[in-house]
Design a binder for this molecule. Structure first.
Ligand SMILES: *Cc1c(COP(=O)(O)O)cnc(C)c1O
Length: 368
């Protein structure tokens, strides 16, 4: 049992180390702070994480998704299939380009989109599928890609939570038409704010470079209508430092999860599908009893915890139809939203922290 004065263990702990600070200062002192050589280097280095695909850096993960959908030419009248059990950004990107999200259910064995439900949701208006690699677990790309190919659909991977996750040894962000990563501070690596689009399509990569910068490649020779979604060189320099740490941090997250798996008996530990490399952006357990009571107990014992996400996207105000949830039948989504709790798994945890988390989870599970 932890002592009453034991320190609170936060659910996430973004790293801003001396190396990040030095990198930012180096760029600030250079006076060249907007998109430039640091962004180009960051893109080149990130490509190693996604089997050498083209990488286009932008100012957030949401921008990555929105710009990709713009670059693929999607808009009003188009339907894009997304899981409702995700962060709202997944569906927001669809709406921001004027297209319509079609919500489908998840598989309980991964918390990711159910390929059979995807296939059942395809209509003549469907243009794309957006699997989300939720919590750092890869979606079933081996089953989703053949469906997309059969129906001629684009696949945009929301990999915001899944840097370096893989399925059958293939990294996320290298399966679909494009992959979209986030570098928000709480993600597995960050650049303060930032995002990356990865694609095997050189033409799409060029379009995305134009779109993020007012449609320009040559200054003032605008070719198309574009936005300003550029990443700064200061952010890219921080991202480059973090990228060098990512392999070590990923292994630490996986080792932390393995320890928690072996110790937690009072709650249902996170499932991992066959052939999946889970990178544990979140360590998400299920509590089948009184989740509120379990969360109160965890907090009382000094263990940071949170529910991602308490409300499925289709139940959020902007996605209601006439003030009510639309005609979606998403039993696994509703069940997960009612049962999940995420526990700390970040790489800064000590062995003593991990033992406290596991003990507290067992007590809280009993209190549920
Ligand atoms: C964080 C996140 C995003 C958005 O990334 P930002 O960088 O915060 O814009 C999109 N999708 C998912 C699943 C996320 O977790």
């Amino acid at each position: 049992m932890p002592g009453l004065n034991a320190e609170f263990i936060p659910p996430a702990r973004p790293v801003i180390g001396e190396a990040e600070i030095e990198a930012a200062v180096r760029v600030l002192r250079s006076g060249m702070v907007v998109q430039g050589p640091e962004v180009a280097a960051f893109e080149q280095e990130f490509a190693e994480l996604v089997a050498g695909r083209h990488c286009v850096a932008v100012n957030s993960g949401t921008s990555a998704l929105q710009l990709t959908l713009m670059g693929l030419g999607f808009g009003p009248g188009d339907e894009i299939i997304v899981p409702s059990f995700s962060f709202a950004a997944s569906a927001n990107a669809v709406r921001l380009v004027g297209a319509e999200p079609v919500f489908v259910d998840i598989e309980p064995g991964s918390f990711c989109i159910d390929p059979a439900a995807v296939e059942a949701a395809i209509t003549p208006r469907t243009v794309a599928i957006m699997p989300v690699h939720l919590y750092g677990h890869p979606a079933a790309m081996d089953r989703i890609m053949p469906i997309a190919e059969r129906h001629g659909l684009a696949v945009v991977e929301d990999a915001a939570q899944a840097h370096a996750a893989a399925l059958n040894g293939q990294p996320v962000g290298s399966f679909g038409t494009a992959g979209c990563f986030s570098f928000y501070p709480t993600k597995n690596m960050h650049s303060l704010e930032g995002g990356m689009i990865t694609t095997g399509d050189a033409g799409l990569a060029r379009t995305l470079r134009l779109l993020r910068n007012q449609g320009m490649e040559q200054r003032y020779a605008n070719e198309i209508v574009g936005a300003n979604m550029r990443l700064t060189d200061v952010a890219a320099a921080i991202g480059r430092v973090q990228l060098t740490q990512l392999p070590e941090w990923t292994e630490q997250r996986r080792a932390n999860a393995k320890f928690l798996d072996s110790r937690i008996t009072g709650m249902i530990t996170p499932p991992v599908a066959d052939a999946a490399k889970h990178v544990y952006h979140q360590y998400t357990v299920r509590v089948t009893g009184d989740r509120d009571a379990a969360q109160r107990k965890l907090t009382e014992l000094g263990i940071g915890n949170a529910v991602y996400y308490p409300t499925p996207i289709h139940r959020l105000i902007p996605y209601l139809v006439d003030g009510k949830p639309g005609p979606w039948d998403l039993p696994e989504t509703e069940k997960a939203a009612a049962e999940v709790v995420s526990l700390p798994v970040h790489p800064s945890l000590s062995q003593a922290d991990l033992e406290r988390i596991a003990d507290a989870a067992n007590i809280a599970g009993g209190a549920a």
